[in-house]
Design a binder for this molecule. Sequence first.
Ligand code: NAD
Length: 360
Amino acid sequence: MGETAFTYEALPMRVVFGAGSLARVPDEVARLGLRRVLVLSTPRGRELADRLAESLGHASAGVFDRAREHVPVETAEAARAAAKDAGADGCLAVGGGSTIGLGKAIALETGLPVIAVPTTYAGSEMTPVWGLTEAGRKRTGRDPAVLPRTVVYDPELTVGLPLEVSATSGFNAVAHAIEALYAPDASPIVSLMAEEGVRSLLSALPALAIHADDPYARVEALRGAWLCGACLGATTMSLHHKLCHVLGGTFGLPHAATHTVVLPYTAAFNLPAAPAAERILRRATDTFDVPGHLARLSTALGAPPSLTALGLTATDLPRVIEQVLAAPYANPRPVTRDALESLLTEALHGMPAVGERGFR
Ligand code: NAD
C-alpha cells in the first residue's frame, strides 16, 4: 500500500501556448496589473527584447540585456539595481534558462513578479527553482516567489534556435522528466507528464535535424519542454542534477551540454534500481536500451560526445566526486565513491553504446 501513496501540489501559474502568442504578451502584462516591466535578455537576444519592449509601450521600463549562464551574483545585483532605477514593478524574461534565471534572481530579493517567454527547451519557466553562482560555487533553492506568474510559449520564437542548442536544452528537459519518474515525491500525474514530455521531445528533435524550421516539430518540442519543466517544478531531483550542478557551477561546464553528455550514464546507473521508471521510459522512447538510445540520439543530433569534449580532465574527477558526496540528496540507488568514479570515467571518455557496457 505504501508505494501507492503520494503527495502532489499544483503550482499556481498561467500558461499561454501557441504560434503567434508573443502578440499576447502586452495583454498578459496588463492582466497582472503591471505598469512598468523591465525586459530581460542575453546580449544575443537583444533584438527580440527590444521588439517586446516596444510592443509594451508605456508599460516598458526598458531592456536589461546582460543575462549570463549560471546567473553570477554580480549580474543579479546589476539587474536588481536596473529594475530599481527604472521603477520596475515586474520583469519580463525573454530567452532561455539563463535569462529566466536572471528574472528569478530579481524576484528572489525584490518579490517582483516574473513573466517568462522561453526560447529554448530548458524548462526553468515552470519551476520555483532559482540558482546563483558566487566564487565558483552554484547555490540553488526553491522559493514560490520566483515561480513565473505567467508563461507565454510561442513556438515561432524557437524556429531559429540552432540544432545543437535545441538538442542540448531538449536533453536538459528530458533529464528533468527522467529524474521526476524516480523522485521521492513522484506521483501519477508527474509520471504522465514525464512520459509524454520525453515522448514529445525525443520524437521532435530528430525531425528538427531533418528540417530545422518544421513548425509541427517545433510545437511538439516546446510542448515537451513545458511538460518536462513542470516535472522539475513538482519533484526533487537526484544524482544526475547534482552531478551537472557541480560540473557547471564549479568547473564552468556549459549547463545544457553537460546534462546531455551525462544523462545516458546516470540513466544507466539509476534505471536498474527504478524499474517502474524504466518501464515508462521504454514505452516513451519505444526502445529497450534507454541509456543507449539517449547516447546515440544526442550524438547523432550533434551534441558533444563526452565530458572531455567539454573541457573536463581526469585530474578534475576527485574534486567533482568530493563535492557530489559532500551533500546528501535523494537517489534510487546508493551513490558510492567507486560508482561515481566509474560513471564519471565513462562519461569523460564517452563510451559508445552505454546501455550495453553500462553499470548493470
Ligand atoms: P541559455 O539560456 O544560456 O541559452 C543558450 C544560448 O542560446 C544563449 O546564447 C542564448 O542567447 C541562445 N538562444 C536562446 N534562445 C535562442 C533562440 N530562440 N534562437 C537563437 N539563440 C537562442 O541556455 P538554456 O539551456 O536555455 O538554459 C541554461 C540555464 O538555465 C542554466 O543556467 C541552468 O542552470 C538554467 N536552468 C534552470 C532551471 C530551473 O528550474 N531553475 C531549469 C533548467 C535550466
